[in-house]
Design a protein around this ligand. Structure first.
Ligand SMILES: NC(=O)c1ccc[n+]([C@@H]2O[C@H](COP(=O)([O-])OP(=O)(O)OC[C@H]3O[C@@H](n4cnc5c(N)ncnc54)[C@H](OP(=O)(O)O)[C@@H]3O)[C@@H](O)[C@H]2O)c1
Length: 266
């Protein structure tokens, strides 16, 4: 990958997958701009990244707030002149029975995971279209390919990202802009640790590292592939679902149903 002097904006760069990506892309010579809500976590990330790529930067921004996204994109364009790659990575999740979930949480998940990516993409696109080049990389999830138990709100936000990505691909390819989507299985980050004790738990041997996801993202940027599902077992499951949807639903339902608990009475 020739990342030298490429300007890469990563949302949710202060932790987990985004932080790993910031370090790995900086090591490849890119100028990385990372965003997140907590200035403290951003400062920690930036100190590390600047050891590798001294012109890199961090901007505090809640991507669920359009006015903040507008300010962030305008600042990146004013300071760096372009955005070569936008990685829509910031995301939040929750594993809980849908009926017990508050609307506040459901709306927060959709606002961050879906609308946040939509806002950043919409604001970054005019400058990419004007240059006739750019790459939008959306970090989705295996939950955006397969609906699993107690993940209704999260899964909906990631299915939305997958549909958004597929449609945009066709719209932007003729304009010289690539669109890709990455669907990881469970990853060893704070995000996953938050609901690690809620059923259905991810078996520890199936949890991959942020490094593995970062390498998959970098390979996808280099090849400009549309979609990657990591790890391989998850890609295989997605294939199985595509080939035999009814059988797949029936097998997964059998695995999930023992974890269904009756909703608490009001
Ligand atoms: N971990 C997994 O098992 C897994 C599996 C599949 C897909 N994914 C996806 O991978 C992406 C990254 O997840 P992760 O595991 O790396 O999570 P993480 O370790 O919790 O990091 C999330 C990052 O997003 C930022 N963020 C959260 N809400 C934000 C907002 N409204 N505005 C700006 N930044 C925000 C966080 O910083 P602040 O809190 O400071 O804002 C943090 O930097 C997410 O889209 C997630 O859905 C994760």
């Amino acid at each position: 990958m020739n990342s030298k002097s490429q300007v890469i904006l990563i949302t949710g760069a202060s932790n987990g997958i985004g932080r790993r990506l910031a370090l790995d892309l900086a090591a490849k010579g890119a100028v990385v701009i990372g965003c997140g809500r907590s200035q403290e976590r951003l400062d920690e990330m930036l100190t590390e990244v600047r050891h590798i790529s001294s012109s890199s930067a961090a901007i505090a921004c809640d991507i669920g707030q359009l006015d903040q996204v507008r300010v962030m994109i305008a600042k990146v364009l004013a300071d760096f002149g372009k955005i070569d790659i936008l990685i829509n990575n910031a995301g939040i999740g929750m594993r809980q029975p849908f009926v017990e979930m508050s609307f506040e949480i459901i709306e927060d998940i959709m606002r961050t995971n879906y609308l946040g990516a939509v806002y950043c993409t919409h604001e970054a696109l005019p400058s990419m279209i004007a240059r006739g080049r750019g790459h939008i990389v959306n970090i989705s999830s295996g939950a955006g390919k397969i609906g699993t138990l107690n993940m209704a709100a999260y899964s909906a936000s990631k299915f939305a990202i997958n549909g958004f990505s597929e449609s945009l691909y066709h719209e932007l390819k003729p304009l010289g802009i690539d669109v890709s989507v990455v669907c990881p299985g469970p990853v060893e980050t704070n995000f996953n640790r938050l609901f690690a004790d809620t059923q259905p738990k991810s078996p520890p041997r199936l949890i991959i590292t942020p490094e593995a996801v970062s390498q998959a993202v970098i390979a996808l940027i280099e090849t400009k592939k549309f979609e990657v599902v990591v790890p391989r077992w998850l890609a295989l499951m997605c294939w199985f679902k595509r080939m035999t949807p009814n059988l797949f639903r029936s097998v997964s339902h059998r695995a999930f149903r023992r974890h269904v608990v009756a909703a608490k009475k009001p």
